[in-house]
Design a binder for this molecule. Structure first.
Ligand SMILES: Nc1ncnc2c1ncn2[C@@H]1O[C@H](COP(=O)(O)OP(=O)(O)O)[C@@H](O)[C@H]1O
Ligand SMILES: Cc1ncc(C[n+]2csc(CCOP(=O)(O)OP(=O)(O)O)c2C)c(N)n1
Ligand SMILES: [Mg+2]
Length: 315
């Protein structure tokens, strides 16, 4: 089974099990209303050696930051604020104390910068590989929560930063170039935490997610869950320096926010974002009425037939 087939199967198998007031799973975080117009958000992401990182290309300090950042990104994508984490590690015998110390310092420094407490976790041995799992708990005012399922036909599709740096950085690392700007971004990506909170407050922002697998996959998740289609203008995709269009669409791990917004409010939203963050938003397309989550890619108005896909485990 591929990653997405397994997730769908889990959804079917557990459909009849009580949800105890939790919303239906399937978004960047699962939502539990706690009264007072507030909700808790829960998300988990695991990094495992050989699949998510190589020991000789990702230094431990950066890995500690990345393990936390990829989870903070999921809370930001819901419009929430991360408050606490659980950190679980499986470490093989050939990992040195220095490695572990540097990993923890990376995780600690980003926790301190983001004001997130470490509330617990688990520590085990492993036979060969390093595995790190992080669970983050966030909070959000109910009216700020952004779901993948809220895109509306006619919405603008917007990304909150350039894409493709991480994929280009992975190529650099695999070629032995460990100290390029994109390699550094790949090893320690920044989550758009302040941007997610700010976009959460804006009622003209409808659906939101973060770009972990690549635009080609993650936009499809919004389309599927909102029962809409999308048209994307390829010439409007913001490509990070040193990257290229296909890497920007399929490379993954950019952790930029992807959202849809009411078109009439878009110019003011873009101006306000730029004045708040000093960086632009990038409108790249339009949500369409196609109910079968069709994504149409246009190159200067001409339809491009492609089978672009983002990253999928066991595909
Ligand atoms: N093993 C699992 N058990 C239960 N739910 C899962 C499992 N793996 C993934 N999910 C859920 O499936 C959805 C999609 O997962 P994923 O693509 O990993 O999301 P993300 O990119 O936000 O991490 C999420 O809502 C996630 O919580
Ligand atoms: C050694 C190595 N090979 C390949 C990759 C690329 N890669 C691994 S996982 C992944 C996608 C994101 O990871 P995933 O576990 O799917 O995160 P999620 O979507 O659940 O947030 C990518 C692009 C990598 N980071 N390192
Ligand atoms: Mg995940």
């Amino acid at each position: 089974m591929t990653e997405f087939e397994l997730i769908a199967r889990i959804g079917q198998l557990f459909a009849g099990v009580p949800r105890n007031d939790f919303e239906e799973p399937g978004d960047d975080c699962t939502v539990l209303g706690i009264g007072g117009s507030e909700s808790l958000l829960f998300t988990a992401d695991l990094l495992t050696e050989g699949i998510h990182f190589l020991r000789n290309t990702t230094p431990p300090y950066e890995l500690g930051r990345k393990a936390l950042a990829v989870n903070l990104s999921d809370v930001a994508a819901m419009g929430g604020r991360s408050v606490a984490t659980l950190l679980s590690v499986a470490l093989p015998p050939d990992v040195s104390d220095e490695w572990t110390e540097a990993f923890l310092r990376g995780y600690r420094d980003l926790s301190a910068e983001e004001g997130v407490m470490l509330a617990g976790g688990d520590t085990t041995s492993s036979r060969h590989d390093i595995t790190v799992n992080v669970t983050v708990v966030g909070r959000a005012a109910d009216h700020c929560i952004k779901r993948r399922s809220d895109a509306r036909a006619g919405d603008a599709i917007v990304v909150a930063g350039p894409l493709g740096a991480s994929g280009a950085g992975l190529c650099d690392l695999l070629a032995g170039n460990l100290d390029t700007p994109n390699a550094r971004i790949h090893n320690a990506p920044a989550a758009q935490t302040a941007e997610g909170l700010w976009l959460g407050e804006r009622t003209e922002v409808h659906a939101m997610t973060d770009l972990s697998d690549g635009l080609a996959s993650d936009l499809r998740h919004i389309a599927e869950q909102s029962h809409v289609g999308a048209t994307v203008d390829l010439e409007r995709i913001p490509i990070a320096p040193g990257s290229d269009l296909v890497t920007a669409l399929t490379g993954g791990e950019d952790y930029k926010l992807l959202f849809t917004a009411a078109p009439e409010a878009l110019p003011a939203l873009c101006r306000a974002f730029e004045s708040r963050f000093g960086r632009p938003l990038y409108p790249i397309g339009t949500v369409t009425e196609a109910e079968d989550d069709t994504i149409v890619w246009l190159d200067r108005g001409r339809r491009v037939e492609t089978d672009w896909r983002g990253y999928e485990h066991n595909a």
